[in-house]
Design a protein around this ligand. Structure first.
Ligand code: HBI
Ligand code: FE
Length: 297
């Protein structure tokens, strides 16, 4: 199955929001920590241990630092209340439990108020490497360490405000691409090389190697309008990763009024995920082999 977000959006196979579970009007639920089974904690442990071995030298320093200062360890699925206590002191964020995907406006409203909605469930042992909905491993292991960083903390809150605004303006697809290529699949330059800060990469065993080491994808300097016009893949590794020079670049991004940018790119064509443009600042040009091989079946 080869999809980009255009064909994926509203597709028949899109996961049902919230899985039909009862929830509060803001879609939150109790985490129900005491209800996790030994098997569920064991899945967490498997994921935690293999990812912890992989990330030193791959995840950016801020990720490693955030992880170190949080009550996140191998032996059990973290307790959101304990995470929130530490986060709240550091950057004013909280982690709230949700049944799964929540509607866009609900998601943005939580972010705008510094509440990070985290899936309370964990993937099954047979889906360690692929699942459609954000579970507790992706949300907590991938996102929460970065929320300990003041720049990311402000940036994600700004995305919540920006999301509500973009929805009104009918340009949510454009903003979602910025989120995708930064918060989820972003890379950052450090003095010792390119590192991961995106949660979708940091929480993925296979993509944390592919994104940095594989010759197939392109790694391109982040440029706002370029990214807004670029489709992304929801069901496979990215064909292009966008690289920021410093996390502070996101701070500037959080302050930009996107409305004039939406105006400038209105009516301009979109780019396919693997396209490299003449104006791109290419850090490494991908061979495209991984996705070519898949397309050839
Ligand atoms: N809900 N729980 C959850 N997590 C997400 O990352 C999420 C969501 N709902 C909507 C959504 N993301 C995206 O479609 C927006 O970022 C555009
Ligand atoms: Fe995510």
């Amino acid at each position: 199955r080869q999809l980009n977000e255009q064909s994926g959006e509203g597709a028949e196979h899109a996961p049902v929001e919230g899985d039909g579970q009862p929830h509060r009007p803001d879609w939150t639920i109790d985490q129900g920590w005491a209800n996790y089974t030994a098997e569920e904690h064991a899945v967490w442990k498997t994921l935690f241990e293999r990812q912890s071995k992989l990330l030193p030298g791959r995840a950016c320093d801020e990720f490693v630092q955030g992880m170190k200062n949080l009550p996140i360890g191998p032996d059990q699925i973290p307790d959101f209340a304990a995470l929130s206590e530490v986060l709240m002191k550091k950057t004013g964020w909280q982690v709230v439990a949700v049944p799964g995907l929540v509607p866009d406006d609900v998601f943005f409203d939580h972010l705008a108020n510094r509440r990070f909605p985290a899936g309370h469930f964990i993937r099954k042992p047979h889906e360690l490497d692929y699942l459609e909905e954000p579970d507790v491993f992706h949300d907590v292991f991938g996102h929460v360490p970065m929320l300990m960083n003041p720049v990311i903390a402000d940036y994600i809150q700004a995305y919540g405000h920006g999301g509500l605004r973009a929805k009104e303006l009918g340009v949510l697809d454009k903003l979602a691409r910025v989120y995708w290529y930064t918060v989820e699949f972003g890379l950052v330059r450090q003095p010792d090389g390119i590192r991961i800060y995106g949660a979708g990469i940091a929480s993925s065993f296979t993509e944390s190697v592919f994104a940095l080491d594989d010759p197939s994808p392109s790694r391109i300097g982040f440029e706002l309008e370029r990214v807004m016009r670029t489709h992304y893949r929801i069901d496979d590794f990215q064909e292009s990763y966008f690289v920021i020079d410093d996390l502070d670049e996101l701070l500037a991004l959080a302050r930009i009024d996107f409305a004039p940018v939406y105006e400038r790119i209105k009516g301009l064509p979109d780019y396919q995920p693997g396209t490299v443009l003449p104006g791109d600042r290419v850090l490494s040009r991908g061979t495209g082999r991984y996705h070519q091989a898949k397309r050839a079946g």
